[in-house]
Every structure is written in structure tokens, then in C-alpha cells.
Design a protein around this ligand. Structure first.
Ligand code: THU
Length: 136
């Protein structure tokens, strides 16, 4: 895992919690915030955005990842995800994040008890499918 300092973990956790405060989750009432640290030190965040047509909900991780790409940052060091319970990203988000590299540190911030768990995307998505599996 690319080394992450305690300061970076703290900075990411704060940004994810802050983003969670902007979650739009009137249906599930499960607010999630995500913050990505790019390789060149930018912090880009996202929150979940739900819709009355339930299946259109977008997870915080995919909002943050899309915002990072749209801002011109495709190389990421870590992503922090803040929620009650410190949940790990859903399968769709694991795949979405993997597009930009499996060597991504994932920091799960549990707002229930303040704990954090750090792991790698490659651990959460073994035997992943990616662009290299497609014919050239
Ligand atoms: N959600 C996220 O934003 N990220 C996760 O890692 C898990 C789930 C959102 C999607 C939906 O708005 C709500 O949480 C309940 O599933």
C-alpha cells in the first residue's frame, strides 16, 4: 500500500465526514460521505444522492470518483468513506473505483464509535475484471 501518513488519514476522514453532511438520502436515511486524496495532494469529496426513483441513487464513492475525474485527477492515493457503522463500499463502487487502480487505500470511518479501518481496494475486490481483460 502506498504509505499514508496519520495526518493524511485524519485529513481524509474530516473531509469525508464533512461531505456526509451534504448527503441527500431522504429515502434510506443512510448518509454517506467520501473523500479522495489524489496523488498530487488534492482532496475531492462526494456524498450519496438519492432519488424518488430509488434505483437512480448514486453512492458517495461514485460521486467523489466522478468529481475527481471531471476535475482532471485520475491518480488517487486513498479514499475515505464515512458512515454510521463504517460500511465498506458496495460491489458497484468497488468496480467503479478499480477502473482507476487497485492499489488504492480505503479508509472506513465509523461514526458510531469513531473507529477507522484501513485496507486496500485490491483486498476488497479480488480477481477483479478490468480493461486488460478486454480484447485490444
Ligand atoms: N451508500 C453509499 O453512498 N456508499 C456505500 O458505501 C454504501 C451505500 C448509499 C447508497 C444509498 O443512498 C444509501 O447509502 C443506502 O444504500
Amino acid at each position: 500500500m502506498a504509505s499514508l501518513s496519520d495526518q493524511e488519514i485524519e485529513q481524509l476522514a474530516i473531509a469525508a465526514v464533512d461531505a456526509r453532511g451534504r448527503a441527500y438520502a431522504p429515502y434510506s436515511h443512510f448518509d454517506v460521505g467520501a473523500a479522495i486524496l489524489t496523488n498530487d495532494g488534492q482532496l475531492i469529496s462526494g456524498c450519496n444522492v438519492e432519488n424518488a426513483s430509488f434505483s437512480l441513487a448514486i453512492c458517495a464513492e461514485r460521486v467523489a470518483a466522478s468529481a475527481a475525474v471531471a476535475a482532471g485527477y485520475r491518480e488517487w492515493k486513498a479514499v475515505a468513506i464515512a458512515s454510521a457503522g463504517g460500511v465498506a463500499p458496495c460491489g458497484a463502487c468497488r468496480q467503479f473505483l478499480a477502473e482507476f487502480g487497485l492499489d488504492l487505500a480505503i479508509i472506513l470511518v465509523n461514526l458510531n464509535d469513531g473507529s477507522r479501518r484501513v485496507c486496500l481496494l485490491s483486498q476488497l475486490l479480488p480477481d477483479s475484471f478490468g480493461g486488460a481483460d478486454l480484447p485490444s
